[in-house]
Design a protein around this ligand. Structure first.
Ligand SMILES: Cc1cc2nc3c(=O)[nH]c(=O)nc-3n(C[C@H](O)[C@H](O)[C@H](O)COP(=O)(O)OP(=O)(O)OC[C@H]3O[C@@H](n4cnc5c(N)ncnc54)[C@H](O)[C@@H]3O)c2cc1C
Length: 384
């Protein structure tokens, strides 16, 4: 029997494996993808400063940072709303930090984690898909797909498969926002200088995140509007984008790789089951409005590793250990979910009655440094 089986060695499962790689635990990490491939090479991740610190502790940050264009620091975030007053700017200098956060290539991060794991004691098995995760009181049992009921037994299973669908008995909540995110790469006439923009518009928030030599655009809109926006010529698309930003952002020059995906809040009501802990997107998948989702997932992995390190091997996976992990994550997790969902609600409507308080909120945020600092800290480090 193994000590730990990790189902899904994506960025979160990989971070967990690496955080435990120096221990003498017998760890197997499964991933359905082929060695050297990434599931989501199309994606950029929004990393908080706190997440950078975790990747530094894991020793992978320098490896990601040395890949050209893989890490782009965010120096300032300019938050405004269309058709209303109130603007605020969050600035790294005000917080004595090198950056407010980072836009990081999923592909580069995954490659750095895979390389680090390949040099560790962790047994990583690519091309291996878990079909189900079950348990007895004494061990977790992971059934492998495509085999005649082959089981991997371990004291504890950590599910980081991005969806949590392999685990029986974990109730999930889903709230469809009835919006889609249109994402694309956007080029400007001038260098971005690390400035990010978040603009609240009648059709939903729009974010421009600096990435390498361009911006990564996340434009939320009603599903009915998306096909026509995708079909616009490049010039018409950029003109429409410019119209939404008004005078806040000018100089749109080019666009590529447009695509859409539906937006929903999905989270497991509890992240533990007998002999099993659920982490990362498998535990909570959030609206991208506040860039909190991936950071919460990395904190899940880090806290699970700390909990595992603290207990004697024969208590690994016992219910009391799992409850202690769930309790340590509860506040940060629910605050992250509530903060993100609250922002979607505060900025989701265009009723003028809401636009006013929203403008006042942005203005006050700008005028009240302690409040702004608290808001920024939440964005930077999470709640814990
Ligand atoms: C459509 C979409 C767009 C997003 N865009 C952004 C964005 O622009 N910026 C941002 O910061 N965040 C974004 N996110 C969120 C971000 O992708 C996640 O926070 C992050 O990928 C979570 O990492 P993870 O390791 O938990 O899951 P994943 O990245 O999903 O990794 C899961 C891993 O598990 C493996 N796996 C899956 N099933 C099995 C199985 N049964 N057996 C074995 N292995 C398995 C997969 O191969 C994969 O390697 C987006 C999410 C979605 C759904």
């Amino acid at each position: 029997m193994h000590d730990l089986v990790i189902v899904g060695a994506g960025p979160v499962g990989g971070a967990l494996a690496l955080a435990l790689a120096q221990t003498d635990l017998d760890i197997v990490a499964l991933d359905a993808r082929a060695a050297g491939s990434t599931m989501r090479g199309d994606r950029s991740l929004a990393l908080s400063h706190g997440t950078r610190l975790i990747f530094e502790r894991l020793g992978v940050w320098p490896h990601i940072a040395k890949v050209g264009g893989a890490v782009t620091p965010i120096a300032t975030i300019d938050i405004s709303q269309a058709g209303g007053f109130g603007v605020t700017r969050l600035d790294a200098d005000e917080h004595d930090l090198p950056a407010l956060g980072y836009v990081v290539s999923y592909r580069a991060l995954q490659a750095a984690l895979d390389d680090a794991l390949a040099q560790s004691r962790v047994d990583v098995r690519f091309g291996t898909t878990a079909a189900a995760v079950g348990a007895t009181p004494a061990y977790a049992a992971v059934t492998l797909a495509g085999t005649q009921d082959e089981l991997l037994l371990a004291r504890i299973a950590a599910v980081a498969d991005g969806t949590g669908t392999a685990v029986a008995g974990i109730a999930r909540e889903r709230r469809d926002y009835e919006q889609v995110a249109l994402v694309a790469k956007v080029w400007m006439e001038r260098p971005h200088e690390g400035r990010a923009f978040e603009r609240f518009t009648p059709s939903g928030p729009i974010a421009l995140l600096p990435e390498s030599d361009h911006y990564s655009l996340v434009w939320t809109m009603a599903p009915a509007k998306a096909p026509a926006t995708l079909a616009l010529s490049d010039d018409a698309f950029l003109a429409s984008l410019a119209q939404h930003f008004g005078a806040r952002v000018t100089g749109f020059a080019g666009v590529a790789e447009r695509r859409t995906f539906p937006l929903a809040l999905e989270f497991a009501r509890t992240t533990i089951a007998p002999r099993t802990a659920v982490i990362g997107n498998a535990a909570q998948a959030l609206h991208p409005i506040a860039g909190q989702g991936f950071n919460l997932g990395v904190r899940d992995a880090f806290e699970l590793a700390q909990t595992i390190i603290r207990v004697p091997r024969d208590q690994l996976g016992e219910w009391s250990m799992l409850e202690s992990f769930a309790a340590r994550r509860r506040g940060d997790r629910y605050a992250g979910i509530a903060f993100t969902h609250g922002l979607t609600q505060l900025f989701a409507t265009d009723l003028s009655i809401v636009r006013w308080p929203r403008g006042i909120a942005l203005m006050l945020l700008d005028a009240m440094p302690p409040v702004k600092r608290a808001f920024t800290r939440k964005m930077l480090f999470g709640i814990s």
